[in-house]
Design a protein around this ligand. Sequence first.
Ligand code: SAM
Length: 232
Amino acid sequence: MHTIEPIGTIHTPYKEKFAIPRQPNLAPDVITELHLIGEANNEASVRELEQFSHLWLLFLFDQNIEAGWKPTVRPPRLGGNKRVGVFASRSTFRPNAIGMSAVELKSVEIKGGNVVVKLGNVDLVHGTPIIDIKPYIPYSDAIADARAGYAEQSPQTKPVVFRPQALDVLQKSPDSEYRQLALQQILSQDPRPAYKQKQSDNKSYTVQLFDWDVSFEAIEERIEVTTIKPLA
Ligand code: SAM
């Protein structure tokens, strides 16, 4: 039996699973860092990596391992009420709990002797264990005429507006433009459960992003960020 050891840990603004984009490429400007660990944390292991603009990340859905898996799942793309086989889905509840994401490589840096890989387009909760990295190779990996069944279209987005308290906190934060753009891209996905996506529900939701509790409501066809507070 072979034991898999993580080769790194991901550092993202997503402090909980709720509101993380459901695939990479949906919040393209959110920057994350992969910190290599153990024997993989070696400058030699990333030699020439920067030749590639995109990478495959393989990782563990570590927050779901204990919950196990079932042969069928209900993908949010089908409104959360129709079942398909787990292998016909990108569900996080799966045998071996292994996930994969194609992400953008922004830079490879050595900080205090440690390898830090800066990435865009990551759909992972902070602290997710990464088990491998591979270069994305377009001539082989990009298949222009591939069929994607129920996931053919990219998900629809909603406009995001900020109420005065939220805007004030954003504008006072050190990297305000970046954070506002990041919140816009993340929340435009409407993170509420799939069956609610077509309706206002007069309910306030709070999500941990960066070092904040960000509260929002879905009103008609838009998302309103009501307050931004330091993490409780
Ligand atoms: N692109 C990957 C794939 O297809 O294997 C992941 C897709 S999965 C549907 C993306 C969701 O996984 C995110 O929206 C988040 O809710 C969840 N997630 C992210 N990191 C996780 C982790 N470490 N453990 C469990 N769930 C996680």
